[in-house]
Ligand binder design. Structure first.
Ligand SMILES: Cc1cc2nc3c(=O)[nH]c(=O)nc-3n(C[C@H](O)[C@H](O)[C@H](O)COP(=O)(O)O)c2cc1C
Length: 371
């Protein structure tokens, strides 16, 4: 298959594998797709180690990195970022989260010393350190979500011959990204896991293709099969950017309890909620969301204060759920899109990549027969 995206990056299949697990990124890339590592979940030191590991696996094949740098963020003192952000979290919110953990009997876990630093990286200063690490590696593409790329990113990438991609949820976002010099637009519909807008992939993709001026557009949101990939290409996309489907892969680092919940879920079991990051993000609906929706809930804080408030709680919930704790299993959730309803097994990421490509080719051939 040849598209503007496969030509730009020199890959075999126009399939992007977005994931936080380096194993998924490496396997998608080795199978002929294009792996992209979600950097925002790592400290700079961790990111450096992960990228070095990926490079050892992929033998010179191209791969990318994704950052999450919001345009709007809570202000902190740059010299004392973590403490100044932490001081902005109201006591009522701390009490609410502690009360929730007590109610479900979530055991204490060894404190995760990194959770504040990772959340603080959702501020421009923190994200810059991750950017420096990414640019020190031979990446082929750098992507950003939640707004136009941070100052200097585009110029720096162009100088290094790295393609710049951006996730967009509306036509007006795409115009701003094009003005900022972005090379690849990712039209991400509301079906997607993670931060999403409200417009569906089916509506958004052709809109973005029409304003992209020939630049490659990848469709994202609701794509986990060859049939859905063929539909995206029919809409004018040069490829697909998939996130959720890899959570059903063997290499994904999510615990087994969470994967079991995904396998049991239907496409109606997700919601957009700001209760993890401070911005609406699609995730599996669980008792966690019921608690935040109850009268008396203090409501979510803006990014990055909300993740600073809840990341430690999620660290504890994940650890307890992995050990089979009943209360934790009721709360356990993660970002996932509506395609979760199609998951029926956990498979190697390379197999998912190859099957999606093969089924897409078959579907396109069958469509030709309709004429
Ligand atoms: C678990 C998970 C985490 C995500 N985190 C990010 C992120 O940090 N940065 C980002 O640009 N997109 C993030 N996304 C969105 C993906 O990049 C992608 O656009 C989306 O998953 C595509 O839709 P799909 O979930 O239906 O495949 C995330 C998605 C998931 C499922």
């Amino acid at each position: 298959m040849r598209t503007a995206f496969t030509e730009l990056l020199g890959v075999r299949h126009p399939i992007v594998g977005f994931n936080r697990s380096p194993g998924v990124v490496a396997e998608v890339t080795k199978a002929g797709g294009f792996g992209v590592l979600a950097a925002s979940m790592y400290t700079p030191e961790e990111l450096d180690a992960q990228l070095t590991w990926i490079e050892r696996q992929v033998d010179g094949r191209p791969y990318g990195v994704d950052l999450l740098v919001p345009e709007k963020f809570a202000d902190g003192d740059p010299d004392n970022l973590i403490a100044s952000l932490r001081a902005q979290i109201p006591q009522a919110h701390l009490d609410f989260v502690n009360g929730l953990l007590d109610k479900y009997g979530i055991p204490a876990a060894p404190a995760n010393p990194l959770h504040d630093e990772v959340a603080a990286a959702l501020n421009p200063g923190g994200a810059l350190a991750l950017l420096d690490v990414a640019f020190a590696h031979p990446i082929a593409l750098i992507a950003n979500a939640l707004g136009t790329p941070p100052a200097g990113l585009v110029a720096r990438a162009k100088q290094a011959g790295i393609a710049v991609a951006a996730l967009v949820g509306q036509a007006k976002h795409a115009r701003r990204q094009l003005d900022a010099g972005v090379d690849v637009l990712i039209a991400q519909g509301t079906e997607a896991g993670g931060h999403t807008g409200t417009i569906a992939t089916m509506v958004l993709t052709p809109e973005i293709v029409d304003i992209a001026g020939g630049r490659p557009v990848l469709a994202a949101g609701g794509i986990a099969s060859g049939r859905q990939m063929a539909a995206a290409l029919a809409l004018g996309a040069a490829g697909v950017w998939c996130g959720s489907v890899w959570l059903s892969s063997e290499e994904d680092v999510a615990n087994r309890a969470l994967k079991a919940k995904f396998l049991a879920a239907s496409s109606a079991d997700t919601l957009r909620s700001p209760t993890r990051t401070g911005k609406p993000a699609r995730q599996l609906r669980t008792a966690w969301h019921e608690e935040w929706e109850r009268p008396g809930s203090p409501g979510p804080l803006p990014m990055p204060l909300q993740p600073m408030l809840v990341n430690e709680a999620w660290y504890r919930i994940d650890a307890a759920a992995a050990a089979g704790h009943e209360g934790a299993l009721r709360l356990e959730s993660f970002f996932i899109g509506q395609v979760v309803g199609s998951f029926d097994s956990v498979r190697p990421a390379a197999e998912i990549t190859r099957q999606m490509a093969a089924d897409c080719e078959q579907r396109i051939a069958e469509l030709g027969g309709l004429l």
